[in-house]
Design a protein around this ligand. Structure first.
Ligand SMILES: *Cc1c(COP(=O)(O)O)cnc(C)c1O
Length: 330
């Protein structure tokens, strides 16, 4: 029995997603016992971690009688692509506020946004949803009933998808006879890490969760940990739980990152190629390659060691590979 009741959702994912042992994932001396949580396989629209959030976000939009959803992201946003796909699958109109200017050709996620019928608004420097309120007002004037989904789907409704994901992982780990696991995820807008952390707290599980903050804040990790604590606590409150999380409850790593968001480092490029050719597992160029580089870093630091059970949570992002083809092959 889950420790708390979650509100109703629209089922978009064939669940549970596989949890598979991957002993050869990383070629390092004395590797931990590696497992992969395969959220890159969540349908629809090539899947990824945002579909878990969208199961709750779109149910909420339909309950509020919206006929249109609006969200925002970078030009290769996985969140926007998954929102466009999920909206199409339930018959909602989808508007995307994308950072940058319209490129000469549509690659990767942008191609899919267009195939899923999303209306695209080019926002220049605003890739994190700064223009969403203005867009909402404009669509209301046209007689639509829009519902705004924040950047990354990371609000107290979207985070529920990862509270539930923690319950799902718990069932899989107990079936596999594993406990005391360490989990690594790519972290950026926070809904994934905040939701999982709250789920872990509600379960009283003895797991360690390590977030790799791919969109590193030059001011350090404290502002991000504060954001995670606020989001997890507000999500608990909305569920009627008295749990409250503090910034100190979150482990976030980014000090090893030298490249800006969405720019692959040589190490990340090498990891994508080596892991794909050795194991058949694909990493994406923005999030999971960086999280895997983080894993290597944490192994080098002795934080992950032989004997640890390590779950690498694959959060998806694979269509972006096609937009990085030239960079990957250079
Ligand atoms: C959005 C995203 C993340 C980060 O999840 P947040 O909930 O935004 O922190 C990680 N990996 C991939 C592939 C993503 O698209």
């Amino acid at each position: 029995m889950p420790p708390i009741n979650l509100p109703g959702k629209i089922a978009l994912i064939p669940s549970p997603t596989p949890l598979v042992p991957m002993p050869r994932l990383l070629k390092v001396p004395d590797p931990p016992d590696f497992w992969l949580k395969r959220d890159e396989n969540t349908a629809p629209g090539f899947g990824g971690n945002k579909v878990r959030k969208l199961e709750y976000l779109l149910a909420d939009a339909l309950r509020r009688n919206c006929d249109t959803v609006i969200t925002a992201g970078a030009i290769q946003s996985n969140h926007c692509r998954q929102t466009a796909a999920a909206a199409a699958s339930v018959g909602l109109e989808c508007h995307l506020a994308l950072g940058g200017e319209e490129p000469p050709s549509s690659q990767g996620n942008l191609l899919l946004d267009r195939l899923f019928g999303a209306r695209i608004h080019w926002m220049g420097d605003e890739r994190k949803g700064e223009g969403l309120d203005a867009l909402e007002a404009q669509l209301q004037e046209q007689g639509k009933r829009p519902c705004v989904i924040p950047y990354g789907g990371s609000n107290t409704v979207g985070a529920l998808g990862f509270v539930e994901a923690a319950f799902e992982l718990e069932r899989q780990l107990s079936a596999a006879g594993k406990s005391r696991v360490k989990i690594v995820i790519a972290s950026s807008s926070g809904g994934t890490q905040a939701g999982l952390s709250l789920g872990i707290r509600l379960l009283r599980a003895d797991w360690e969760l390590h977030g790799i903050n791919v969109d590193k804040d030059e001011a350090g990790d404290l502002p991000y940990r504060q954001h995670l604590a606020e989001l997890a606590s507000a999500t608990a409150e909305q569920l009627g739980s008295s749990e409250r999380l503090e910034p100190g409850d979150f482990q976030v790593h980014s000090d090893f990152i030298k490249h800006p968001y969405a720019v692959m480092s040589p190490k990340e490029k090498t990891l994508i190629k080596e892991i794909a050719s050795r194991t058949g597992v694909l990493l994406d160029p923005v999030y999971t390659a960086r999280a895997m580089a983080g894993c290597v870093h944490l192994i080098e630091q002795g934080i992950f060691k032989t004997g640890d059970t390590l779950v690498f949570w694959h959060t998806g992002g694979l269509p972006a590979l096609f937009a990085y083809a030239d960079d990957l092959m250079s």
